[in-house]
Write a protein that binds this ligand. Structure first.
Ligand code: GLC
Length: 550
């Protein structure tokens, strides 16, 4: 196959040069689900000292920042996303002293700590909610959203919870309904109340002073609701829980969220901290809004567009990359997290999964932007959903079984070695270890130069030292090739060529860079037999080639 080089994009459009100093632009983020990462006290649940014991591994891998999903006191109905105290550590994960040790050890290695700030709701066991529900005149009554029903047994409106059923629960003590976008144990805070805003803003100051470098803001889309409680428009069909589908017109992405983000950013800036947003944007206008009109909201609104591309398609990825690259802020790329099927399974064909895992790494770790990895992705961990309802832990799976099996499958214990329980714990792990742990684990892959892990390390090492990969512009190459995705990353001093074969057959791409003043391609990293000869790059099935233009 022969394809001409198309200089379709002008590098100037990536106006990013002046902001090169911010640490979060060059950092590789690594998401840790603490229950499942490393268990230091062998109770079957991971903990903070477990994470501390793996900092050497993380540094060696090339992670510069760890985002720990909620580790605050919680009844664990939604495994920490139901916080009952924002300023402490849940005993299952350790103590505040453990957190301080982790923070100190991480800092020593130059690793930033990002905490997960559950801003939309608290646990129903938080003292604010306990007071709020105690009487209609309690001090915290207006910290949550309470309304009368439409009539006997009828909730205030038709809003549906993301976790199934009505988003309203009747509370007999005061005879009113409270609103919850998620589980009924996760009542929504009323962000229209300035006291809520002050208290939540103070939480961030409290953690910044303890050494935290930023927050991932959970469920920011749903912070505000229409105060008139208009019914949402009903869409055709039903969801996995059997509820009518609806458009979240009146309870998601309301403009008021931006005032809150500006407030949080102002405080973050005082501490040189980064704000990552769980922003389920559907288009670039929405994504752009999260950066703020004056770069005064989120530095890193997560771009989830990749997570909606569920097949290996050069055309689709090219389209999504071009869109995100043209956004006004610094892109944030994600291919897996604790809420979605792992990328290993979404893109894997069942036969070449390891090769495809390398291909995905070759793509998103070489793009212009900050990548957020998900633990286990670097060793090719697979999704292992529960087979029986009695094994399900996730509240979504419990409610939606069998249609919705929940998110346990992507939260299984990290696979450290080939010993019992994959070296995660000597106790019985809270979720079963996938059977692939014997081959896909850190110890075994560390000894294999061709493993997924070895490839991640190689790419991350290059990424940390290569100016083009750190700051260079993204220049799309052949825009029409259905099988090969290719692009340049070009800085003033270096130009890197990235060529990715998204097909199961051998491919050859022809390039001509003479008009850019380059006559040679020097291999930097390539999988298997993939190689360059003259102006041709030949890729094995699902092959990756990274080269430097000379
Ligand atoms: C976010 C979290 C998810 C959680 C939900 C409710 O989407 O990523 O795990 O269940 O918010 O807090």
């Amino acid at each position: 196959m022969c394809a001409a080089f198309a200089a379709a994009q002008q590098p100037e459009q990536n106006a990013s040069k002046t902001e090169g100093k911010q640490w979060w632009r060059h950092a590789v983020f690594y998401e840790i689900y603490p229950r499942s990462f490393a268990d230091s006290n062998n109770d079957g649940v991971g903990d903070l000292m477990g994470i501390a014991s793996k900092l050497g591994y993380l540094k060696d891998l090339g992670a510069d920042a760890i985002w720990i999903t909620p580790c605050f006191p919680s009844p664990q109905v939604d495994f920490g996303y139901d916080v009952s105290d924002y300023e402490s550590i849940d005993p299952v994960y350790g103590t505040l002293a453990d957190f301080d040790t982790l923070a100190r050890e991480a800092k020593r290695r130059g690793i930033h700590i990002i905490l997960d700030f559950v801003v939309n709701h608290t646990s129903d066991q938080h003292k604010w909610f306990l007071d709020s529900r105690s009487s209609r005149t309690s001090a915290h009554r207006d910290w949550y959203i309470w309304r009368d029903g439409k009539g006997p047994g009828q909730p205030p409106n038709n809003w549906i919870s993301d976790f199934g059923g009505s988003a309203w629960t009747f509370d007999a003590t005061t005879g009113q309904y409270y609103y919850h976008m998620f589980d009924k144990a996760q009542p929504d805070l009323n962000w229209r109340n300035p006291a809520v805003k002050d208290a939540m803003f103070d939480v961030t100051r409290w953690w910044y002073k303890r050494g935290v470098s930023g927050f991932r803001l959970d469920a920011v889309d749903t912070l505000f609701e229409d105060p008139s409680l208009h019914d949402n428009p009903i869409l055709p069909g039903v969801n996995a829980f059997g509820d009518p589908k609806e458009e979240n017109k009146y309870n998601s992405k309301l403009p008021e969220v931006h005032d809150v983000l500006r407030g949080l950013r102002k405080i973050a800036d005082e501490y040189d901290a980064a704000l990552i947003g769980e922003t389920w944007t559907t288009d670039i206008d929405e994504l752009n809004r999260y950066y703020g009109d004056h770069d005064d909201e989120l530095q890193l609104p997560m771009d989830f567009l990749f997570t909606t591309v569920n097949t290996l398609s050069a055309a689709e990825f090219r389209r999504q990359i071009a869109a995100v690259n043209a956004a006004k802020g610094w892109p944030t790329y994600v291919i897996s997290n604790h809420d979605i099927v792992r990328s290993y399974d979404r893109y894997g064909d069942g036969q070449h999964n390891d090769q495809i895992a390398k291909l995905m790494a070759g793509m998103y770790l070489t793009l212009r932007g900050t990548p957020i990895m998900y633990y286990g992705e670097e060793i090719g961990m697979k999704t292992t959903p529960p087979m029986r309802r009695e094994d399900v832990k996730d509240p979504i799976g419990l409610k939606g079984w069998p249609q919705e099996k929940g998110r346990d499958g992507e939260r299984t214990p990290m696979q450290w070695d080939a010993s019992e329980n994959a070296g995660f714990s000597k106790g019985a792990p809270w979720l079963p270890v996938p059977d692939t742990y014997k081959t896909h684990n850190v110890a075994t892959e560390s000894k294999d130069a061709h493993s997924v892990l070895a490839f991640y390390k190689e790419v991350l090492k290059l990424r940390h030292t290569n100016d083009a990969l750190l700051e260079g512009d993204y220049v799309a190459l052949d825009e029409t090739d259905p099988n090969v995705l290719s692009y340049l990353r070009a800085s003033a001093s270096e130009t890197v060529l990235v060529v990715l074969n998204m097909s199961g057959t051998k491919q050859t791409s022809h390039f001509d860079f003479t008009h850019r003043g380059f006559s040679k391609v020097r291999k930097l990293i390539a999988t298997g037999q993939s190689s360059a000869k003259g102006n041709d790059v030949t890729l094995e099935p699902y092959g990756v080639f990274l080269g430097e233009l000379k």
